[in-house]
Ligand binder design. Structure first.
Ligand code: SF4
Length: 794
């Protein structure tokens, strides 16, 4: 279904053709009834592949499997690979791996399977000139390795009529898509930068992005705040789409603010294009009709979708996702065609617009969003959608063979996010809770699991133990537990107790991660046990996500990673799995050294052993700065404990200085209240933890923030886990301390300090508090536009 395929395929009269996979065609045309996402466990991808192989191995030598078939209907080219064909019996087989009794399968799912089988059968009849054919649905139960086969003998005319009916249902949509793709290409070719001038550095940024995408290369860009990164990357990426025949552009970000900025930039582009078109239209006709893009939030010629998490999009969090529970799941597929059509006409599908379309058609907004990911040109969402173990956008790209560009915002976050996506935990407490209330049928697998866990703990004594090898026996017991819960769910699809569900999800994640860890160099994972009191946790800790992220970069036409902090380049290349040849560019800052005073308090040590002695000097320094220039400041510390101690010292030393502090586990309203104190006329010091929620991603321009104190080097806590990480980094990269501690720490410091100067008009001050900031190797990690630090003498 790629644009390239659609445009390139010609039917001889040069009219464009639209390629569609059999599966995609049937999902579009043959789905009806309710959305039903009850937890009926599906086989994993590996189990599915293995199941297909077993079925094929049971057939004779003459059996053909994975048979490529293609058929045309009007502008449509329908392609796919049938699972198997037995030429002796003239039987076409569509194989589905599953668990449990096929009688429990919803009727609409069965109908979809039949539709696929019939389309393949029709194509087979055409290709081999058959008048009749046996069409078989083979359900393979992966647990019991048994087949249930449903067979019908069908005549060619009936199958042909079925095929034509499916194509007829799709053809209007396909023609609409072809017209949209052509219009999109025209609009993007004419796209102009929306402002009279680029900001300083922004033109170079945009040119680099355009060149990278046009030469099909990844690119790392370090660009400071204020340069207009979002618009400066989106504009060239859109411009490059027609020339490179790209199907999709994915803007991936780790934060909600990143999504908002991307939507704003697209709106700016759309409004500018509308003005241009309106002016041209007025010149031609002297009328003042509204140009087609001039409506709120519309990008030029592209359909835009914002993907948000299910818990934020769900309209009925107290209900379950199936038709008997949720009214927006009931009849979902019956109402989906109208909702989908309305959504593409809307074209601009941010959270609010998508919700409005969904509710007006009484379908679930979250699942309408998942559907629209098939049909939108620009998708804005979390990095998970491309990089995690079950990433939807990545899966769609493979399924449709799209050519896509990635814009990865605040890309420095991808190291930690990658580690988290590819990690898992066995938490004793969660499994104990599941075991307490588990039904009798799960007693044996849970007892076995518990025995293996206890044996592992007996074998490995101590508060922290790094295992030399993965605990296979425990993993096997977890796998049996997963199977047993799966079997139970086939019989009881709802009503499973939530502690049990949590443990089941954990166990499945452990299984997935253990499998992935086994496929790559073992040095990239740590398996460790931490004891806290009477409980213990086994962690499958990803140390370096590079080998798991690298294939995701390779699947994209080009990936542009940008951030204010991507230094040093080799560290991020090594961590993220980018090729050693991936260019790293630093964009000139729009800021001048004169805008920011950088002070260095080298007479203070913030090392753990020196903390007590540091409290009063830090409080004095803060009070002195505040009295010299009253206004809003942020102060960053390495931990809540340290933050509280300095806060108390400041309250004793200078009770007149207003102050407020970040608390542990703040709710969203509490966070907003913390930030709301930074008003243009406000005064005081907000205490926060470095690397926390206020350390990056917040924007306090002008007098809302005039300075920051950073009383830490940002180094991760010195503990056994981090020491193990350091040892692994040493083995892998020969630079353990910098890779495990220094580089991530300095990224946090520069991000936090970056809160002060947000525009060329801002003026401010930063106090770097620790003697280690004097070191040359640390100062090379400061942004190049900073002035040399001025050292305090007392
Ligand atoms: S509204 Fe919520 S409960 Fe209903 S289908 Fe959507 S996500 Fe599920």
């Amino acid at each position: 279904m790629s644009t390239e395929d659609a445009i390139a395929a010609s039917n001889g009269d040069d009219s464009p053709r639209y390629r569609v996979a059999v599966r995609a065609l049937c999902e579009f045309t043959a789905r009806a009834g309710d959305l039903d996402l009850r937890f009926t466990p599906a086989p994993t991808a590996q189990q599915g592949i293995a199941g297909h192989q077993v079925v094929a191995s049971r057939r004779g030598e003459h059996y053909e499997h994975e048979v490529t078939l293609e058929g045309r209907y009007g502008a449509l080219v329908v392609r796919g690979r049938a699972d198997g064909y037995d030429p002796v019996r003239q039987r076409l087989e569509e194989v589905k791996t599953r668990r449990g009794d096929i009688e429990a399968m919803p009727a609409n799912q069965r109908a979809l399977h039949w539709a696929q089988a019939k389309v393949y059968a029709a194509l087979m009849c055409r290709e081999r000139a058959l008048e009749t054919i046996e069409v078989a649905l083979v359900y393979f139960d992966i647990e019991h390795q048994q087949e249930s086969v449903l067979v019908e003998t069908m005549a060619r005319p009936a199958l042909e009529a079925f095929f034509v009916a499916q194509c007829e249902r799709f053809i209007d949509w396909a023609e609409q898509e072809l017209a949209h793709e052509a219009a999109r290409s025209r609009a993007l070719s004419q796209l102009a930068f929306p402002h009279a001038d680029f900001r300083p550095g922004q033109r170079a940024l945009a040119e680099s992005v355009f060149k990278a995408i046009s030469t099909r290369r990844d690119l790392m860009l370090q660009a400071p705040t204020g340069i207009g990164k979002t618009l400066g990357t989106l504009f060239p990426a859109l411009k490059a789409m027609p020339g490179q025949r790209l199907d999709r552009l994915f803007f991936l970000t780790a934060r909600t603010t990143g999504r908002r900025l991307a939507l704003e930039a697209l709106t700016t582009l759309g409004m500018a294009a509308a003005r241009k078109e309106k002016a041209a239209h007025k010149d031609e006709s002297n009328h003042e009709d509204e140009a087609p893009y001039e409506k709120e939030g519309s990008a030029p010629g592209v359909r835009t979708l914002e993907l948000i998490a299910r818990d934020k999009a769900c309209e009925h969090p107290e209900l379950a996702c199936h038709g008997e529970s949720c009214p927006l799941a009931s009849g979902f597929y019956d109402r989906l065609p109208a909702a989908r059509q309305a959504a593409v006409l809307q074209g601009w599908l941010d959270h609010a617009s998508l919700r409005a379309v969904a509710l007006s058609h009484r379908v679930c907004p979250y699942y309408l969003g998942q559907e629209m990911a098939h049909w939108c040109d620009v998708v804005i969402g979390d990095v998970n959608y491309w990089f995690d173990t079950s990433a939807m956008l990545y899966a769609l790209t493979r399924q449709h063979q799209w050519r896509v560009s990635l814009l990865i915002d605040e890309a420095h976050n991808l190291v930690e996010r990658g580690r988290a996506m590819y990690g898992a935990e066995f938490d004793q407490g969660r499994f104990a809770a599941a075991r307490r209330d588990a039904p009798a049928v799960l007693k044996r697998p849970l007892d076995r699991l518990w025995r293996q866990w206890k044996a592992l703990l007996r074998e490995h004594d101590g508060d922290y133990v790094c295992l030399e090898a993965p605990p296979r026996k425990l993993f096997n017991a977890l796998s049996q537990f997963v199977t047993s819960v799966g079997d139970l769910m086939v019989d009881t699809p709802i009503g499973i107790e939530s502690a049990l569900l949590d443990a089941w999800f954990d166990a499945m994640q452990i299984g997935r991660i253990a499998e992935l860890a086994g496929e790559i160099d073992p040095g990239h994972y740590l398996f460790d046990i931490e004891r806290r009191g009477r409980s213990a946790t086994l962690s499958l800790r990803n140390v370096v996500p590079a080998p798991l992220l690298a294939p995701r970069f390779e699947a994209a036409h080009a990936a542009i990673l940008f951030s204010a902090t991507l230094s040093p380049g080799h560290y991020y290349r090594d961590q993220l799995g980018l090729a050693a040849t991936t260019p790293w560019l630093e964009m000139a800052s729009p800021f001048e050294a004169g805008q920011l005073e950088v002070h260095l308090a080298g007479h203070i040590s913030t090392r753990y052993r020196d903390r007590r002695a540091s409290l009063v000097p830090i409080a004095e320094l803060m009070a002195c700065q505040f009295h010299q220039r009253p206004g809003n400041y942020l102060a960053f510390f390495s931990s809540f404990d340290y933050l509280e101690q300095v806060s108390e010292a400041l309250a004793n030393h200078a009770p007149d200085v207003p102050q407020w502090s970040q608390a542990r586990r703040m709710s969203e309203p509490e966070r907003d209240a913390f930030l709301a104190r930074f008003t243009m006329t406000g005064q005081g010091i907000g205490f926060a933890v470095l690397g926390g929620i206020f350390g990056e991603g917040i924007d306090l321009p002008g007098d809302r923030l005039i300075g920051a104190f950073v009383a830490t080097l940002g180094l991760s806590q010195f503990n056994p886990v981090n020491e193990q990480m350091k040892a692994r980094m040493e083995t892998l990269f020969g630079d353990g301390y910098r890779y495990a501690y220094l580089y991530p720490g300095m990224t946090r410091v520069v991000q936090a300090a970056g809160r002060v100067i947000r525009s060329p008009e801002d003026r401010g001050v930063i106090h770097l508090i620790d003697d280690r900031f004097r070191r040359g190797d640390i100062q090379t990690l400061f942004p190049s536009w900073w002035a040399l630090p001025v050292e305090h003498t007392t």
